[in-house]
Design a protein around this ligand. Structure first.
Ligand code: SAM
Length: 353
């Protein structure tokens, strides 16, 4: 999934770094979970995993990937849909997704607010989704909610379907990476016919837990072997960048405003997006949570200076900094040329006293 700070490509590096230092345990807490990729990786390794994030769509993914521990059976849905194509290799999830992919499109909140057809009265009609895809998203989202209201889905099944929808949407969005703006011309991806994709579930034998809160409120209750922190690196809050995914996940008809149709996010602001509060928040976590190892992923361009991070973490134990260098191509202001820049992904490892 396209998500700023997604650690998918760094998972093996992170794991290798910890393994080499014999940093192991039974429990893992993913404090800023985002796509839940890191939590998923450690779930597969057999850890009891807890995860948390301010974003509700992240919580849906955490529920499906981290908390859920079985294949969905959709016992109450399958009898309602035409299952003629049932054969031994078609899973219940595939059958339900196939049904959802073929239901009648409807004009709902997404069509009315994020497609050209639905926003033609605006001075700048919003071009997030093609008219057809926006209507398909509305019909699928409405059907999932109707099934839930009629008690036809287990909680696991509900979040698995929402996660399939959320994961599929980024393949059809007319954006250059985040939802804070739409493209002024159609990207090829946005013109393809919207189709839900199945997701890959992972299981372990643990009672994993997931939260949709400001993780700072959990600090006093955390007791884990490895506490993994992957906070925002800069002053840009996540909620406005992913406002449409949040609205599709909640489907709560929010009041929206501005050119991009942004929902309110005053309750989803992170103390890590402010250079005055970020170090204080880091100190609070390192001091008050109970853990053996605290692992902080950060970036050499982040708003907390490396020296200060080391100063804060060193108050509570022995700190090591490991850096993975990479080259980033950065467009200049008018996008005419590109410059190379050395960036490093950082891993701060604190072994608590
Ligand atoms: C760098 S991203 C994490 C990426 C994640 N490791 C992944 O691989 O997808 C930071 C995440 O922290 C979340 N976040 C920021 N401040 C938070 C807070 N105080 N409590 C909970 N989540 C927070 C953001 O919503 C965002 O999803």
């Amino acid at each position: 999934m396209r998500f700023i700070g997604n650690k998918e490509n760094l998972l093996n590096n992170i794991h290798y770094t910890l393994d080499k230092r014999n940093i192991k345990g039974n429990s893992f807490f993913d404090f800023f979970s985002g796509t839940s990729n890191v939590a998923r990786f450690f779930k597969k390794k057999g850890y009891k995993v807890c995860s948390s994030d301010l974003l509700y769509f992240s919580y849906c993914m955490q529920y499906a990937y981290i908390k859920n521990n079985s294949l969905p059976k959709f016992k109450k849905i399958l009898p309602l849909i035409d299952t003629q194509q049932i054969n031994l290799i078609t899973s219940p999830l595939d059958l339900v997704l196939d049904f959802l992919n073929n239901i009648e499109p409807i004009k709902g909140f997404i069509y009315n607010n994020y497609s050209i057809g639905g926003t033609s009265a605006l001075e700048k009609p919003r071009m997030y989704f093609s008219d057809e895809n926006a209507q398909k998203i509305d019909s699928i989202r409405t059907q999932i909610e109707e099934w839930k209201s009629n008690k036809l889905l287990t909680k696991d099944e509900y979040f698995i379907l929402l996660t399939s929808l959320i994961e599929s949407i980024s393949f059809y969005s007319n954006i250059s990476g985040v939802y804070a703006a739409f493209q002024k011309k159609w990207d090829k991806r946005a013109l393809k016919k919207f189709t839900l994709r199945p997701i890959e579930l992972v299981f372990n034998k643990e009672n994993n837990e997931v939260f949709n809160v400001d993780s700072m409120t959990l600090i006093n209750d955390i007791k884990t072997d490895i506490l993994y922190l992957d906070p925002p690196y800069n002053e840009r809050q996540y909620a406005p960048n992913y406002h449409i995914l949040e609205t599709i996940a909640k489907y709560d008809n929010p009041v929206i405003k501005g050119i991009t149709g942004m929902r309110d996010y005053c309750n989803q602001k992170s103390s890590f997006c402010n250079k005055d509060t970020a170090l204080q928040a880091l100190d609070n976590v390192a001091k008050n949570a109970k853990y053996k190892y605290l692992i902080l992923s950060y970036n050499s361009e982040g708003i907390m200076p490396s020296k200060k991070i080391i100063e804060v973490l060193s108050r509570y134990g022995n700190v090591e900094l490991v850096e993975f260098e990479y080259l980033r191509f950065k467009s200049n202001n008018n996008g005419e040329s590109k410059t190379k820049k050395h960036i490093s992904e950082q891993l701060y490892i604190l072994a608590k006293n």
